[in-house]
Design a protein around this ligand. Structure first.
Ligand code: 3PG
Ligand code: MG
Length: 399
């Protein structure tokens, strides 16, 4: 696999380089134009700075959210272009389309060391199409912008999308520093985790995490489960969960996993139960076995945090994906905060996998340097741990 350093070694001055970045950042719920966590923009800066400073004409592309293959102002990358310019300390040209007249004109006008950001890739049906020809046609248009391609969008390498999978088949392709570091860390955790190996999983759905649970269960000493997905496990243990998130069709699967795990899956023992999904809702901490019928669990309780912290404390390798509760709402943040703080204290190597948990670390104001590695990819890091081939990485490896 060729790397950004190889490309820089070839010399990029005056060359057009297409960089696939993952600039899919979260926005403030109450203030939709305001980026709430710019971690993914910061993560790709070293690659962009290196290319810019070497005199490349840099064309950056990314997706944002999940628009349906057509322009949708809700998902414009315009605010990201502004923030990227601030962080780079040099203006970023923004194209109001992805491969249309505006993008083509602005790409052609680029001078050495200038950076152009194209509008959201997913405003084009070809980006995510399942049809190879449709994706290929869009990839042709993207590839026409440049004579080299750098993939530094680790968060998207698990997607078989035009900008991730098909463009590298059309241009000399190089892995950016972020992709390289992410893959190196996940490889270490997957192939040679120092024991004890503790995994903490949260987030809303068991169905999203089922494959990773199955892949990790044979390898881990403890699997701690919080977040919305814990209620399906609690139900499988025979508890009523009130109005909490529940995947009825996964209850039996969870029961099977609990049996297979023989005590290594650890569930919350108390839960913060609210009358509704709102920061102002009345809420009480109740035993996990006694969630009132008219309430829903929105965080794990303090006894659970202590129980989880105890298991986390002994870990030599730790992987965490998914918040323990609705951390964006202050009353339901302590579970995620408590678990995250316990992770910062381990005498071992910790990996924070993903979008939401990485955003939680930063928005809760935790010390990022206290973690071994904070991944920019949620789904991507999980699929890596599942042992799946990641289309973006495979495309970079192909010669
Ligand atoms: C992410 O947020 O996980 C990545 O940016 C990928 O986004 P996607 O799940 O919409 O493909
Ligand atoms: Mg996602």
């Amino acid at each position: 696999m060729k790397t950004l350093d190889d490309l820089l070694g070839e010399g990029v001055s005056g060359r057009r380089v297409l960089v696939r970045a993952d600039l899919n950042v979260p926005f403030e719920k109450s203030n939709p134009g305001t980026i709430s966590d710019d971690g993914r923009i910061r993560a790709v800066l070293p690659t962009l700075v290196a290319l810019r400073d070497a005199g490349a004409r840099v064309v950056v592309c990314s997706h944002l959210g999940r628009p349906k293959g057509a322009p949708d102002p809700k998902f414009t990358l315009a605010p990201v272009a502004a923030r990227l310019g601030e962080l780079l300390g040099s203006a970023v040209v923004f194209a109001s389309d992805t491969v249309g007249a505006d993008a083509q004109g602005k790409a052609a006008a680029l001078t050495d060391g200038q950076v152009l950001l194209l509008e959201n890739l997913r405003f084009n049906a070809g980006e995510t199409s399942k049809d190879d020809a449709e994706r290929g046609a869009f990839a042709d248009q993207l590839a026409a912008f440049a004579d080299a391609y750098v993939d530094d969008a680790f968060g998207a390498v698990h997607r078989k999308h035009a900008s991730v999978y098909d463009v590298p088949a059309r241009l000399p392709h190089y892995a950016g520093g972020l992709v390289l570091r992410e893959v190196e860390v996940l490889k270490k955790v997957t192939e040679s985790p120092e024991q004890p190996y503790v995994v903490v999983l949260g987030g809303s759905k068991v169905s999203d995490k089922l494959a990773v649970i199955q892949a990790l269960l044979p390898k881990v000493d403890k699997l701690l489960v919080g977040g919305g997905m814990c209620f399906t496990f609690l139900k499988a243990q025979g508890h009523e969960v009130g109005k909490s998130l529940l995947e009825e069709d996964m209850v039996q699967t969870c029961a099977d996993l609990l049996e297979q795990a023989q005590g290594r899956i650890v569930l919350p023992v108390d839960v913060v139960a609210a009358t509704e999904f709102s920061a102002d809702a009345d809420h009480v901490t109740v035993p996990a076995s006694q969630i009132p019928a008219d309430r829903l669990g929105l965080d794990i309780g303090p006894e659970s945090v202590a129980l989880f912290a105890d298991a986390i404390g002994g870990a030599k390798t730790l992987f965490w994906n998914g918040p323990m509760g609705v951390f964006e709402l202050a009353p339901f943040a302590p579970g995620t905060r408590g678990v995250a703080e316990a992770i910062t204290k381990i005498d071992g190597f910790s990996v924070v996998g993903g979008g939401d948990s990485a955003a939680a670390v930063r928005t809760l104001g935790l010390d990022e340097t206290a973690f071994g590695h904070i991944s920019t990819g949620g789904g991507a890091s999980l699929e890596y741990l599942e042992g799946k081939t990641l289309p973006g990485v495979a495309a970079l490896e192909a010669s």
